[in-house]
Write a protein that binds this ligand. Structure first.
Ligand code: B12
Ligand code: SF4
Length: 443
């Protein structure tokens, strides 16, 4: 049979043209109405060509290559559960809203597809492309939501909605046609710069100057997620017997891990969102009585007796001991194996500990050879890290390393001292500076 004679093709040809191919551009108002009808609490549209999203296009198109328009949506979380000292209550709220916005995005895609508009929903939270190391997510919702006018990133680095404040979660629908108009960022930042998020974070991951210590947040808040689960596995593997295992992981931690694996993982904190007073719907109690707000919302989380997970010798460890002496501190290991020198270099800014680098002002020239040939310059000064390709400027310390040996050391499968004795790592310059460099990347 000729394809034109097939019943499916004949039926399609009998339809009016508008039903087969949607008009382009599509109405922006209609797209946002569909989003609201399916339950989105707010929605905004961005064109894929927005200059600020240039670095994201590849990631977005890896999910849906036809993407021309981004429909950013948000779902509101209930405030009091997110603020509860009982974190299972907060976690239930996070997971429920993640499920909700994933469902809303699916429903939008279904309706658009039925209209002949190609669309694909991204993932709100987990599951992601969780194969560490590397970027575990594809579509980054925060920069898209900002461009779509859903809010701005606050000091705590989450997006604050002008009305709902920090109590929102985000998702994005990727649409294969252009819209007839697009949104712009909100013309002010709802963040009040009150720094309550800084005061509440139990591991000091948020800094008053707006910088964010990814590794400290990841090590504590994400103790039962992703790479940190490897620590649990390793404890089980290396322990001789149950007594040995219990020395490493308490029965309470095992129970908590069971709970996370069975009923969706539990965040250990998320206090930065909980205490944020920004947003028209949220701000009133804070405006009325700041001291009372502090007593009711911030102090209970600060006073909470709980275990804080930190890397040995990290900024978080020092911070937590000083600031929250009543909280138990547990030293844990970093357990995401680094697969290449390239990945090691890319992760440096995430692992860098500003506090550990205090007083250090030095330039390091690294030369890797063997399975990877890479030259890189690392400058640490004024508690800031700068990584540049090649050898730039005058070096205080020059390090020559066999790439595989270096990775084995980073992954704790080989000892630095052995590598130095066997000249697989050679350090020219001050060993004191070299050791100071190491202290900036603990764990
Ligand atoms: C990676 C990620 C994280 C990382 C890094 C956080 C961060 N600031 O980006 C970690 C694991 C620490 C994290 C923690 C949390 N997250 Co998160 N996270 C994401 C994710 C997957 C991507 C974030 C992103 O776009 N970053 C890019 C840029 C714009 O962010 P940035 O802050 O400028 O820069 C950071 C990243 O680039 C990161 N980074 C750079 N390279 C790499 C490489 C790797 C391998 C990793 C892991 C990170 C990383 O480090 C930078 C410094 O922090 C999104 C979901 C998504 N698909 O978009 C959710 C998302 C940002 N997270 C969210 C939430 C709610 C949280 C938590 C509150 C979770 C919780 N319940 O405890 C905490 C808050 C911590 C904080 N104050 O930021 C929400 C925020 C909602 C909102 N209102 O904005 C999002 C949007 C999920 C969602 N669907 O709603 N998260
Ligand atoms: S708690 Fe205060 S400083 Fe932190 S994000 Fe909210 S408004 Fe900004």
């Amino acid at each position: 049979m000729q394809l034109d004679e097939h019943p499916t093709v004949k039926k399609l040809k009998a339809r009016p043209p508008g039903e087969v191919k949607p008009q382009s551009p599509v109405s922006a108002q209609m797209l946002k109405e569909i989003a609201r009808k399916h339950g989105a609490d707010d929605a905004g549209l961005v064109d894929i060509g927005r200059p600020s999203l240039k670095s994201e296009i590849g990631h977005i198109r890896s999910v849906f290559s036809e993407t021309k328009t981004l429909l950013a949506i948000c779902g509101r979380m209930n405030r009091e559960p997110v603020r509860s000292v009982v974190r299972s209550v907060a976690n239930q709220e996070f997971h429920a809203v993640y499920d909700e916005i994933n469902d809303i995005a699916r429903a939008i895609v279904r309706e658009l597809s039925d209209m002949g508009i190609p669309a694909c929903n991204a993932v709100a939270a987990f599951p992601m492309e969780a194969q560490l190391p590397g970027r575990t997510w594809t579509v980054a919702h925060k920069p898209i939501a900002v461009e779509a006018g859903l809010g701005h990133m606050g000091l705590h680095r989450s997006v604050i909605h002008p009305v709902f404040g920090s109590f929102i979660l985000l998702d994005t629908v990727l649409i294969g046609v252009e819209a007839d108009s697009y949104d712009q960022p909100v013309d002010y930042n709802p963040c009040l710069e009150c720094k309550l998020c800084v005061a509440a974070c139990p591991v000091g991951a948020l800094k008053p100057n707006g910088s964010f210590d990814f590794m400290s947040c990841f090590t504590h808040n994400y103790r039962e997620f992703l790479g940190n689960f490897n620590d649990f596995v390793e404890a089980a593997v290396v322990s001789k017997d149950m007594k040995g295992f219990r020395k490493r992981i308490s029965d309470g931690e095992t129970a908590s891990m069971w709970q996370s694996l069975s009923f969706k993982p539990g965040y250990k904190a998320a206090y930065c969102l909980a205490v944020c007073p920004a947003g028209e719907d949220v701000i009133n109690p804070y405006l009325e009585d700041k001291a009372e707000y502090l007593n009711k919302v911030v102090k209970p989380l600060q006073k909470k007796e709980e275990t804080l997970f930190v890397l040995p010798g990290s900024d978080a460890e020092e911070f937590a001991r000083k600031r929250f002496p009543h909280k138990e501190i547990k030293r844990v290991r970093r357990h995401v194996a680094v697969g290449s020198v390239k990945a090691f270099i890319a992760q440096m800014p995430l692992a860098f500990q500003t506090g550990r680098s205090k007083g250090l002002d030095a330039v390091f020239h690294w030369t890797f050879d063997g399975q990877e040939t890479i030259e890189v310059t690392v400058r640490i000064a004024d508690q800031k890290l700068q990584v540049s390709q090649g050898h730039v400027g005058e070096a205080d310390v020059r390090v020559f390393a066999d790439a595989k040996t270096w990775l084995d050391i980073v992954n704790r499968e080989y000892k630095m001292i052995n590598a130095i004795v066997l000249r697989k790592i050679r350090v020219k310059g001050s060993m004191t500076l070299f050791r100071a460099f190491g202290r900036c990347f603990p764990g």
